[in-house]
Design a protein around this ligand. Sequence first.
Ligand code: GUN
Length: 345
Amino acid sequence: MKKSANKTLTTKQIALAAGVSVGTVSHVLNGSATVSAKLKKRVEEVIRRLDYQPSQLARGLRGRTTVLLGVIIPDIKNPYFPSLVRGVEDVAFKEGFRLVLCNADNDPEKELTYFNDLRSFNPAGIIVIPSESSRIGRATAGDNIQIIFVDRCPSWWKGDAVVANNENGGYQVGEYLARMGHRTLAAISGPSHIETARERIRGFKRALAEAGIQLQARYVQEAQFNTEGGFAAASQLLSLNPRPTAIFASSDMLAIGALEAARAMKIRCPDDVSIVGFDGLDFVDLIEPALTTVFQPGYHIGSLACQLLLERVRGVNHPPEQKMLNTELCIRDSVRSLLPRKKSK
Ligand code: GUN
């Protein structure tokens, strides 16, 4: 049986066994100063041989930051978020940091409770996908914990952030559907209290306006970002007269719900109605018909956010960076062209 790590050992004992000073052991453990390769190897060998495990708890109690990174996300069941968290985790793990994942349910109170709990563990940093009325970042004066916002960046947040260009993603859908000859259009928006949801619809409307199409209010339904929301919203939209020829569902789960609603009403996609999603989840090219969607680079957002955060943790001091990554329209099989066919000669 594998022995558990030796928690009673102290850095003093490691130093004695390696024949170096306690300061040298501490520098090797923290990477806080250059130690010669020879000494570093000697200390690391003793650490391995004696199975020494530095206590994060003790570090926290001494007021020093630990190797913990907190990640607060709004909904662990939303399939967009795992790839973003995976991007964070890949960078964090490689750099010797460990994640604590918190699910805040888009609830500012729950979010703040998690945030304060995390602070009590002295994490090196916290990565937050903030809820609309988030109080995180407003109540942190005096902390040396680094914070970065991802996915959503409220206008009052002046710190580091990494988001996708949601507005342009919505624009890409509107422009494409207009170019495919659609004129009677509908949209399923995510909850209007979520900034990304509002931005997508804003971009969609802007593209339609540029094409001379007005999106009527009754052709826009708001829903939770899930299949049930998509089903209910699409059932309403597909009952309108005239029926929309295309629906922009502003998440892939909404689009899957919309496809189910169309199927239940014996309305075929894409023959009778075109449907476009948003997210670019891994599996949506496998559904029938393969979903045309906007890919947002969740993994890249997460990994970049973690890199920026760790730069701050290491003391890099530059003005706040707010980065916006591009989205990409992935054209598959769920949109039909309504353009007149060219006559073959
Ligand atoms: N897709 C579904 N929900 C969300 C969300 O909250 N943010 C982003 N960026 N994409 C989503």
